[in-house]
Design a protein around this ligand. Sequence first.
Ligand code: FAD
Ligand code: SF4
Length: 501
Amino acid sequence: MTIGIWILGNQLHSEQAALLSCQDDKQETHVILIESHDYIKKRPYHQQKLVLVFSAMRHFAEELKTQGWTVTYEISQDFETPLNDWIKKNKITELRLVTPYDKPFSSRVKSFKLDCKIKLIPNNHFLWTQEEFKQWTDSRKRLLLEDFYREGRKRFNILMEDNQPIGGKWNFDKQNRKPPKKGLNPPTPLQFEPDKITQQVIKDIKSYKIPTYGKIKPFKWAVTRSQALQVLDNFIEHNLNNFGTYQDAMITGEYTLWHSLISPYINLSILTPWEVIKSIEKAYYEFDYPLNSVEGLIRQILGWREYMYGIYKIMDDDYAQKNWFNHQEKLPEFYWDSSQTDMNCLKQSLQQVEETGYSHHIQRLMVLGNFALIVGVSPQAVNDWFHSAFIDAYDWVMVPNVIGMGQFADAGILASKPYAASANYINKMSDYCKSCVYKQTQRTGDKACPFNFFYWDFLSRNQQKLKGLGRMNLILANLKKMDKVELEKIQSQAQQWRESH
Ligand code: FAD
Ligand code: SF4
């Protein structure tokens, strides 16, 4: 039997399961990586995302060669043609690959007509296997993140002492929401100049005549494991201390604050979630970092990241099409071009995504996602935009985050209430409103902040559905008390805005 291994662009780790399965037969095993042009034409991807993935793949291919693997690297229109040529040429009888993380790609692979057997190897990149996650869900009525996270802490013995959470509490979430104050001085992110390989990828991308989004330069992302490890170390040394406290804050011109910036690398499998979690835990024991930061970061990876993947895998294939509120509006054009909006919070967040492919969680959830939700944009249009625009976007992580968490289109499988908010929240957690042409206190009139009239319009449009969610009762009671004339003004201003955008 001659084995060939196909390494997908987001499975770039030398201990990924397919490579491990042939570790003792490196020289006899053929390995292939393929850049497909058809694939990147599927949507207008951020140019830096394309550079990151292709450069990381090309670097990884070189790394595998130095480890003694026989590697073929193809740039092609599709996947099937180079696969079949390589299978024929090397007389491969069994093609192995790690089961794709994304469902659409899995289906695609299954439809390939190849001249050999295909063997999918279960991935070892997530801490919970699909079977374990399924067993966990089978034993409960509600799939609460908090329950899942606690189970993970116990199961993997992270931040535990005598079977109890360190610090006496599982969760320090309330200490992760400090608004930004004047004079904060966030650390400069660790950045890398493009080397020869990356420069070549930039040239290649520029030469392809495909629709894209965002700026290609300056490209400063890490593209190798050794650089990604430096990003992790740098985060622990300079950011971890304040990460928890200012996790939800937003400041003009400060793109990254104390966030880790590791999602692009963990999602490409360059870093493993386990090594990240263990490094953070080790830093806690060695340097006594504040628990709200350490626990906060570990909750994101051991909790949210694993949970999102588990939910994605167990949901029916139509999960991505869910639309509980039956929202049908198109996405405002300015999501694709920040210069077309004068709403400062959206302009700042969108500009940053155009320049880097990155924004942090609260910008994604409470500015970009929140606005689309309260306007009533189709969740699938929102999902498409996020998937195109972000450096770390893949189907498995985008669908639950956008459809479930951001747009509440799954009727509350993932979140207990919609993440909908007026300008109050943005004003509290950012400095954006201070330099905005709109007034964050006004609900109607020329200067009224659109987040305000859309927020109340959203509540009134959907009150029947929202009534069933206990956590919305207080705010619905306020809606009920609102003067009828004012509500009509709000609704008509929301409608006018929609028609003019
Ligand atoms: P940090 O704030 O430093 O957090 C550390 C790590 O925790 C992240 O790197 C990530 O691996 C993990 N994490 C935290 N929250 C989540 C979450 N909700 N789901 C999965 N992992 C999480 N994350 C992506 O990786 N890709 C996406 O395409 C993506 N799209 C999102 C879209 C929306 C609407 C929302 C609300 C969230 C999205 N997230 C996505 C989750 C989260 O916003 C990003 O993981 C995070 O902002 C990445 O930046 P960071 O590495 O600096 O994260
Ligand atoms: Fe955003 Fe409204 Fe604040 Fe302007 S006033 S920054 S539009 S929330």
